[in-house]
Design a protein around this ligand. Structure first.
Ligand SMILES: [Zn+2]
Ligand SMILES: [Zn+2]
Length: 434
């Protein structure tokens, strides 16, 4: 059963992968061919043929850092730097139940899909399997899990290790054979986890062959805390603990100096860059050009609706470029191509998933976004890249496909009754005050 998407301006995500008469051929959720319609092999038994009406097809956007389960509390604390914000949030979020987590996950995933996100790396504290279950139901791809922390360093809330390991193992079992769901093990941060805990989590991640996720060097005070305690930067400290390698996914990395960046480059770890969240929480601006110059893969992340408050990678693409230019006074330090790459193929690399997603190539999963970009002068590769990064937003998203399945089309999510879900969540919180 072959599905053909044709009459599209196809952007495969490869540097020269632009086809004004583009077509994508899909079988069993995978791409069997992508390129110019005129060069498509003849004699293909096409079951379904879909005219894209001249719209643009790009690879699905990859969100490398999110906390979907907190989406119920959007905007509940908009002031303060990271530590002030975290303290203000704790009374709201440390008592959240698995059902709260599920409701938040629905809200987050519905938003993400509407915004053209096809894969998200999500972090929670309790209920490591919740996000994946909701994402799979809605049809979005996820790499998810829980970030462990040490009760003596993060006293609010219940301890979550080895609970996170048990929950994750159960989720892996439950989702065996589900190609949309992958899992990781992680620790919250170098300042909220003891060395023993971080070593334990990383050892279990290696044993189960899972990626390892952690927040790293997000705020200047984090560096001061870790330096005072261990006499090293957070990055050097994690390196010494042996938790940094090519399977490590590091959120933020704002406060990394040259030796830190050399450590990261040597380790092979990837960075999840969250420009809006880092600015909103007064954390700073991560040195993205310097990280990427060293070959460190950098993806883009939205973080949560409490620190952003949108789950929109179009905004993150644009801001990632603008912030670097604004502080460097160098108008060429980063451009649309770099931002687009981070939001797609490089993000997939950060998540250790680039053999299957991130670009539209033969053999990869059919994860793609169909955009209405009616450029007044007509579409060219340069105009498409420029529009995607500097002009476009969720309002331009016409369709979203994951693993060959159209999960959003003509303004509607296809696998979930979104208005009913939103209504039932509002009804719930009418009766359960937060
Ligand atoms: Zn609450
Ligand atoms: Zn985070």
């Amino acid at each position: 059963m072959l599905t053909l998407l044709h009459n599209a301006f196809l952007c495969t995500g490869l540097s020269d992968g632009f086809y004004p008469d583009g077509a994508v051929l899909i079988r069993d959720g995978k791409i069997v061919w992508a390129g110019s319609r005129s060069e498509m092999p003849a004699h293909m038994e096409i079951a379904t043929s879909r005219d894209m009406g001249g719209r643009v097809i790009i690879p699905g956007l990859v969100n490398t850092h999110a906390h979907g389960g907190l989406s119920t509390h959007r905007g509940c604390c908009d002031e303060g730097d990271l530590f002030e914000w975290a303290a203000a949030l704790a009374p709201h979020t440390s008592h959240l139940t698995t059902d709260d987590n599920r409701r938040g996950s629905y809200l987050a995933i519905m938003d993400m899909v509407r915004n053209g996100i096809t894969t998200a790396c999500d972090c929670t504290r309790y209920g490591a399997g919740v996000f994946a279950s909701v994402a799979s139901e809605i049809g979005m791809r996820s790499l998810s899990g829980a970030l462990a922390n040490s009760p003596e360093l993060r006293p609010n809330g219940r301890p979550n290790w080895p609970l996170a390991l048990e929950e994750t193992s159960a989720a892996i079992e439950l989702h065996r054979g589900n190609r949309l769901a992958r899992f990781y093990l992680g620790g919250h941060s170098p300042y909220s986890c003891t060395s023993d805990l971080l070593r334990d989590v990383k050892r279990e991640a290696d044993r189960l062959d899972l990626p390892f996720v952690i927040h790293l060097a997000e705020n200047r005070r984090e560096n001061e805390i870790v330096m005072a305690k261990y006499g090293q930067s957070p990055t050097a400290w994690l390196d010494r603990l042996g938790v940094l390698d090519a399977r490590s996914i590091l959120a933020h990395c704002v406060w990394v100096n040259e030796p830190d960046m050399d450590i990261l480059a040597k380790s092979g770890a990837g960075v999840a860059h969250n420009p809006t969240s880092n600015a909103k929480l007064a954390s700073g601006i991560a040195p993205i050009p310097a990280l990427r110059e060293r070959g460190i893969p950098v993806g883009l992340g939205t973080d949560s609706t409490l620190s952003n408050n949108c789950l929109d990678l179009f905004q993150e693409m644009k801001l990632s470029v603008l912030l670097q230019r604004a502080v460097s006074l160098d108008g060429k330090i980063m451009g649309a191509r770099e931002a687009f790459t981070m939001a797609t193929s490089e993000g997939a690399r950060v998540l250790n998933w680039d053999s299957e997603i991130g670009t539209l190539e033969i053999g990869k999963e059919a994860d793609l976004v169909i955009l209405n970009l009616d450029h007044p002068l007509g579409l060219t590769p340069e105009r498409v890249l420029s529009d995607v990064v500097y002009h476009a937003g969720p309002q331009h998203v016409h369709g979203v496909m994951v693993a060959g399945s159209m999960i959003f089309e003509n303004g509607r999510l296809t696998k979930v009754d979104e208005p009913a879900v939103r209504h039932s969540i509002q009804q719930h919180y009418k009766h359960h005050k937060h």
